[in-house]
Design a protein around this ligand. Structure first.
Ligand SMILES: [Zn+2]
Length: 115
């Protein structure tokens, strides 16, 4: 074993190590602290699954529909023909009528089509 090798790689291993080295008497403040650490370690995998606060905020904002930008390629009968829509979040280009998505396939942004 080298000095820098990490032996504890998961919260479960940390919990088992704490439990097997927990003082059985005395050290009340240490035992309370270790109990608190075990509780926190048990909850950590749930938070990892949820993601970071920033990732959650971004995912929530992506659920609010945004209207794409539309680009036309010219006039027909005096009206602009819009044949391209652009994701307002990631800027990906799509074809009007052909690419009819409620959510951008590239970034997951909810979309509110007006055409
Ligand atoms: Zn997008």
């Amino acid at each position: 074993m080298t000095g820098n090798e990490v032996l504890i790689k998961t919260p479960e291993e940390a919990i088992e190590t704490i439990k097997s080295n927990m003082p059985t008497s005395g050290y009340q403040m240490l035992r309370e602290s270790l109990d608190m650490a075990i509780t926190a370690l048990e909850e950590i995998p749930q938070y990892w699954a949820i993601g970071t606060v920033e990732e959650c905020r971004e995912a929530a904002e992506n659920q609010i529909p945004k209207t794409p930008d539309y680009e036309g390629d010219g006039y027909a009968d005096g009206h602009m023909v819009y044949d391209t829509w652009i994701c307002p979040n990631c800027g990906e280009y799509y074809e009007v009528d052909h690419d009819d998505y409620r959510y951008c396939p590239n970034c997951g942004q909810a979309l509110d089509h007006v055409i």
